[in-house]
Design a protein around this ligand. Structure first.
Ligand code: DC
Length: 254
């Protein structure tokens, strides 16, 4: 079996995001619009959401960062990962919020940025079970709706945005890609950052995280029935964003 599947354009995912918008025409300014993007890790969702938001003149919300922040708090405050009440109390006291003056918005806890901490391997290792805690999800869903109230022109990405948090969103997307392609993209990202990457380990991790994210009872990873589904396995980053942009513009102007 070939252990290194070909991945079209995978390393370009991050290289593209700071280019100026291709099409500077923003959507009508007066109208609120929520665009949701859900899907598993490694589909390029976050970069796609951020670039799409820029092109359309909308704000961008990374809800995974909120669950990652909660997981970082659990580790750094030595909270028992099984003690849901203690986790919710501490996360509540952290008053998680975003600094919207930065691009992308920076996640803050106790008014200090923790964006650099939330991508660490120890956080990634426990975030999925932490995100499965029903009481924590209730807190996060409430926060996300408050954010949308303050930023009503929003591209928001996660696992439950179109299903649970914003069931009435104007446009919903579900991005997917094969586990092999997603593992290879992650390996490319790690190597580009000068870190080592074992493809077989990454594939196992991705399959385990998919399983954990999609089988939890609260806010499971699931495609909204009314979502536009896109398999990004053999698409370039630009083609994915172009496709989403076209769909949003077609719906937002009718
Ligand atoms: O997208 P990400 O890898 O940063 O997400 C981190 C974790 O948080 C992942 O295990 C899925 C979970 N998550 C979630 O349960 N619901 C969301 N809306 C966003 C992320």
């Amino acid at each position: 079996m070939n252990a290194t599947p070909a991945v079209p354009d995978a390393p370009k995912v991050h290289a593209k995001i700071d280019l100026p918008p291709k099409n500077p025409i923003v959507l009508p300014h007066s109208r609120p619009i929520i665009v949701t993007i859900d899907g598993p890790a490694g589909t390029g969702k976050s970069s796609v959401a951020r670039t799409l938001a820029k092109r359309l003149g909308l704000d961008f919300l990374d809800t995974g960062a909120m669950y990652r922040a909660a997981a970082a708090i659990v580790i750094d405050h030595q909270i028992d990962p099984n003690d849901a009440d203690a986790i919710v109390a501490q996360v509540h006291s952290a008053d998680l919020h975003f600094d919207w003056k930065t691009d992308p918005p920076t996640i803050m806890a106790w008014d200090r940025p923790i964006a650099a901490r939330i991508r660490d391997a120890d956080v990634t290792a426990i975030v999925s079970p932490i995100a499965g805690i029903a009481e924590l999800r209730r807190l996060m869903v409430g926060e996300q709706r408050l954010i949308a109230h303050e930023h009503p022109r929003l591209v928001t990405e996660g696992r439950d945005q179109g299903t649970v948090v914003f069931p009435d969103a104007a446009v919903k997307f579900y991005l997917d890609a094969s586990p092999e392609v997603r593992a290879a993209r992650r390996a490319d990202q790690l190597r580009a950052a000068g870190r080592s990457a074992d493809l077989a380990d990454l594939l196992r991790e991705i399959i385990a995280r998919d399983q954990s994210d999609s089988t939890r009872s609260d806010g499971p990873l699931r495609a909204p029935p009314d979502a536009i589904r896109i398999d990004t396995s053999s698409m370039t980053f630009d083609r994915v964003v172009d496709t989403l942009e076209r769909e949003v513009r077609a719906r937002a102007t009718t």
